[in-house]
Design a protein around this ligand. Structure first.
Ligand SMILES: [Cu+2]
Length: 175
């Protein structure tokens, strides 16, 4: 019979010196890639610590559409038929008990988690060439870690025109 200390050593080895298949290789970035009326992408990259992302915007809109153009994280993925109406409402997992009274970009906690243009800015109609948005912004509220309440995987980004029509949408998939 083996002494207890040797058995303990083997148990310790099995539990704490876990081989790679015990670790989970989680995606660290999600991207919504647009093709159609709206072109470009919105990419979310983990900034570490389990919450918070850096958002890279590259969006292009045809110049026959009227802005300013707002953009949000919507709750559902783009359905198989591509209809942006199927993406549901704005993603807002930490919705307060009383209704939100507006989004002040200097106080990001006043904004819906999914109100991306509220936290950055709706991008304007361009005077020369096509309207576009190229920007990078840190957002402490959004997560790319599965299981987090603010996890955005499988949801979608929707771009709207001045009339709030949904002119483009794309599902968020792991990079
Ligand atoms: Cu929207």
């Amino acid at each position: 019979m083996l002494p207890g200390c040797i058995i303990s050593f083997f148990l310790f080895t099995a539990v704490f010196a876990a081989p790679p298949f015990f670790t989970r290789d989680e995606p660290k970035a999600y991207v919504a890639g647009f093709s159609g009326v709206v072109e470009g992408s919105v990419k979310f990259t983990s900034t570490g610590g389990g919450a918070g992302v850096s958002i890279d915007y590259k969006l292009f809109v045809p110049n026959n559409l009227l802005g300013p153009f707002s953009y949000h994280i919507h709750e559902n993925p783009v359905p198989a038929d591509g209809n942006c109406a199927g993406t549901g409402g704005h993603f807002d997992p930490f919705k307060p008990n009383s209704p939100r009274t507006g989004c002040d970009r200097s106080k990001s906690w006043t904004c819906e988690i999914g109100d991306l243009s509220g936290k950055l800015y709706p991008f304007p109609q361009s005077t020369a060439g096509s309207p576009s948005l190229t920007a990078t912004l840190r957002d402490p509220w959004i997560s790319v870690i599965p299981g987090n309440a603010a996890f955005i995987g499988g949801r979608s980004i929707v771009v709207h025109n001045i009339n709030k029509d949904r002119i483009g949408c794309a599902t968020l998939v792991p990079l």
